[in-house]
Design a protein around this ligand. Sequence first.
Ligand code: NAD
Ligand code: UDP
Length: 330
Amino acid sequence: MSIRGQAVKTVLVAGGAGFVGGHLCSRLRADGADVICVDNLQTGHRANLAALTGQSGFRFIRHDITAPLTLPARIDEIYNLACPASPPMYQINPIHTLKTSVLGALNLLGLAKAKGARILQASTSEIYGDPAFSPQVESYHGNVNPVGPRSCYDEGKRAAETLFHDYGIQHGVTTKIARIFNTYGPGMAPDDGRVVSNFIVQALRGHPITIYGNGSQTRSFCFVDDLVDGLMRLMATPHEVSYPVNLGNDGEFTIADLARIVLAKIGSSSPLIHSAIPADDPRQRRPDLTLARDVLDWRPQVGLGDGLDRTIPWFRAQLVAQGHTAEAVA
Ligand code: NAD
Ligand code: UDP
């Protein structure tokens, strides 16, 4: 197939039915690529792909990436987004989470090698654990507990980075590593348990806002469109750009600040309640974006206020669709 004489790329998105994956599949299709989405629907939803389903350039394969994947198709690029990202979700079956990162990376790297495809890993700021330095620069090796509730995710993602690095060195595969910081936007599952979705849903329903600990821990929140743009720019870089690159927004907010901002945006009078901080919860997170700026010519464009304005209506519509009356939703 071709558009105006140019060959159409075939892009495989593992985890394409998830929050970020759904946006990425849509952007890739809009840019003219054929897209194959591979997902086991563990935390993803076909609704995230509704607009693409039935298009001739889109195919969905239900598959768990812990098992090898053989495909007859030509594949030019692989994005590996497959892994639950929410702490409550990745902690349900920690052994499977670790297998997803390690065996999944091995299986997809093997596929990339066989197809001559370039491959991008959705890594994470969790590589830095509870950081001793802020902002976190890619050269910082992190402070991760290998035997805690977050370890299945953090250590799995760290091992996956090692595999990507080694497939580049040993097999010459073109590999990319994006260290993604907390990202939000329309398409997050309302019940997925991350802080932005929890606070918005709680505020809309008039339920208490659940702050873990005293709320002084910080996060830096990136709007999903910015992240997808950064991922696609990273995929397009020359072979030599195989080192990790931070992608996120460097505006830093305490969790208590986030609660106040969400309540004000929604006009909700939900009370704030505090409960114990989960073990190993990082106290601070803020990306150093120098490398992303220099190598990708990329900066996030959407601040937290604008991003929430684009996100809250989507959650309101979800709640109404779930049977909550419009009046019950703030
Ligand atoms: P998500 O949970 O919404 O999406 C993950 C997708 O992967 C889901 O569709 C899920 O069904 C699928 N999946 C999980 N395990 C799988 C397996 N073994 N085989 C096949 N499919 C599987 O999460 P998200 O927020 O869209 O995150 C996407 C990726 O980005 C993840 O790899 C995550 O670790 C990474 N990331 C996200 C954030 C963020 O804030 N959103 C931050 C850092 C890293
Ligand atoms: N958090 C919170 N209330 C919630 C959900 C999360 O206070 O209902 C806190 C959590 O303890 C953490 C921060 O918000 O300090 C971000 O949590 P999230 O699960 O979104 O992501 P991560 O901890 O992986 O950055």
